[in-house]
Design a protein around this ligand. Sequence first.
Ligand code: 5GP
Length: 217
Amino acid sequence: MSDPQNIKRRGLMLVLSSPSGAGKSTISRELLDREPELTMSVSATTRPPRPGEEEGKDYFFITKDNFHDMVGKDEFLEHATVFDNSYGTPRGPVEAALADGKDVLFDVDWQGTQQLRGRAPADLVRIFILPPSKDELERRLYARAQDPEEVIKKRMDKAATEMGHYDEYDYIVVNNVVKDSVAEVQAILIAERLKKDRREGLYDFVRELCGHEDAEV
Ligand code: 5GP
């Protein structure tokens, strides 16, 4: 939803974190369809692509050497190791999108969220997605069936650790029915865009409303 008055505002950084299998990717996709002013940050990773994943769309699939190179050149806004693989958020596209007044959606884990918080606390909105139950989380991980059995087991073990970080987030969405969760995340985004401190153009807008340039507002 855009602002009919077009009051200038800073772009925000919307983080969605969850344990694998909580339905985060589906929610992200739906949200991006509904929100033209929202752009996805595409991460770089050293893990191999899963079937159906596309280079430059799901991830930039890079080698470990490349990854270390980028870390050395400070080309990541944040980076972390998750399940023996490295993941990082390339800095350039995010900074360009924010400067252009766009909001950026991040699918990063709790470690990345902490680093983003350290860099840009005022621009960050953090949402944690929880599955509706442990049984449902297991069912979704198995239904995905893209990973070998031992990887799924590892993810289940890690899920508990990740969920332990829920308290570091601003909002918690329990993903029972996907369309309800998308609506909840979208509501958060809309409300956060309206926050006074993000709307740099408010001062001028209210001055104009008051009818004279030097009104005290
Ligand atoms: P997957 O391999 O299933 O795509 O992702 C595994 C985990 O890595 C997920 O929790 C996801 O949020 C996290 N992840 C993906 N990209 C990044 C990134 O750029 N930075 C960080 N810190 N975590 C990421």
